[in-house]
Design a protein around this ligand. Sequence first.
Ligand SMILES: Cc1cc2nc3c(=O)[nH]c(=O)nc-3n(C[C@H](O)[C@H](O)[C@H](O)COP(=O)(O)OP(=O)(O)OC[C@H]3O[C@@H](n4cnc5c(N)ncnc54)[C@H](O)[C@@H]3O)c2cc1C
Length: 504
Amino acid sequence: MTQDTHQNTVRKLVIVGGGTAGWIAAAAFARLRGKTLDIELVESDAIGTVGVGEATIPQIIRLNTILGLDEHDFVKQTKGTFKLGIEFVDWGKVGTRYLHTFGDAGMNLASVPFHQYWKRAAAAGHEKDLWHYSLHKVAANKAKFGKMDRVGNTSMTGLAYAYHFDASLYATYLRAFSEQLGVTRTEGLVQSVTRGGESGDIRSITLDDGREVTGDFFIDCTGFRALLLGQELDVGYQDWSKWLPCNSAQAVPSERLETLVPYTRATAKSAGWQWRIPLQHRTGNGHVYCSDFISDDEAGETLLAGLDTKPLADPRPIRFTTGRRATFWSHNCAAIGLSSGFLEPLESTSIHLIQSHVSRLLQLFPTTSNCETERAEYNRRCAAEFEQIRDFLILHYHQTTREDSEFWRYCKNMDVPDSLRHKQELFASSGRVGRDADDLFREASWVQVMLGQGVMPGSHDAMADGLTEADLGEFLGNVRTLVERAVDSLPTHEQYLQQHCTAD
Ligand SMILES: Cc1cc2nc3c(=O)[nH]c(=O)nc-3n(C[C@H](O)[C@H](O)[C@H](O)COP(=O)(O)OP(=O)(O)OC[C@H]3O[C@@H](n4cnc5c(N)ncnc54)[C@H](O)[C@@H]3O)c2cc1C
């Protein structure tokens, strides 16, 4: 590693790859380390980007805040929409649907989770649908959206949201932002990598026209190729296909939806599932499937048959293997984005993983080549994060009564990690959630997906017995009234976009 003899600092950062991962890394490093690092991003027009990745989770708001982006301008430039959650159709059982929202259903009382009161009341004959009390679900049903941190002056939390956006416009947006902050962009195809002496650290990359780009630290954002960490440094890949068996996708844009609903839809199919993402100018669609159970031709036909609007192109196939790199940072190179692993897009977690890896790398970024402790900590935390998300995704496939295809029989009967089995058993027994403290998914997420997939707890937590029967009925009635009034006060999603986020 080249070091400044006086300051002993890493001075030149090279990011290889200009997809969503490369440009998020460039933007964040430029914003937070731009004064102390030279940053160069290399990308190849000949290779291009994966071109998908259009749905996010609320954590992206933190990234935008760190970057200092204007939210309405950001949504306008990326032709984006707002997202309150994901509607899962036909997952636990054909004919069922539920919304995994970004918020809580109802409101907790005396530190007892709302769903425990709801469970007690449902057993006594009250409303049996938890989502009846969900601000997000009622707003989503009416295609409404607005900014609301809190419901009136109550303790009920308001609307948590994320975005849908056009992936190529997002990369363009971040590129302009990064270049403005001084990031140098170099177009060219990396042909070889030069490593140094004893350490084996990467010294430079050479492009197809012979240009050499040297650096002290490299971020591999080359997508599924993992050119630096996987190919050059030979870091292996942990294959998780036995738990997350989908290995292919076909994506196709279609005309925009007549009503812009504020949520993603994920509809289970015979050998996978289909997404629908509403954007201002078009709809993003894709079919994620396992090629062991369905041919590409049939998968393409299923996708087209499941569209709600007219297709605007032909489906484009993409292959992947679910899993993660054995380590995420080796020598003087960290892989971020698809090069670091892929958990499939079911809960829109990949862009979040990019963001959290970038922020972790910023926190642990080395000042000298002697950075083993930082590297070990980075690898430990990235691995734990990947595993927690993996378990949450497996839950959607495994917690099902579907036996109507070979794929679903496999998912229903597969062995799952012990960490997930424990959570399923705990919830089924008492509705308690055994999540880890640093789990990306909140208690409300686990509750909604468990219930939505058909797990009804055997009993409620005895702490929910603190209210009399009459008080319980009144509490639930009040919650429902608060939710209805709050949703009535919101504009439609379309009105909100027109007012704040569309081109003049
Ligand atoms: C089917 C599918 C659906 C998805 N949906 C979502 C979603 O809804 N939400 C979400 O958060 N994520 C989603 N993702 C993940 C998301 O698309 C990616 O995390 C995101 O696009 C980042 O990709 P990337 O930048 O790592 O790779 P890419 O977009 O593949 O970019 C790779 C870059 O590396 C460059 N490159 C490669 N080789 C070379 C070389 N030799 N020389 C020079 N440059 C090179 C390319 O030019 C390109 O710029 C989805 C992924 C798939 C496959």
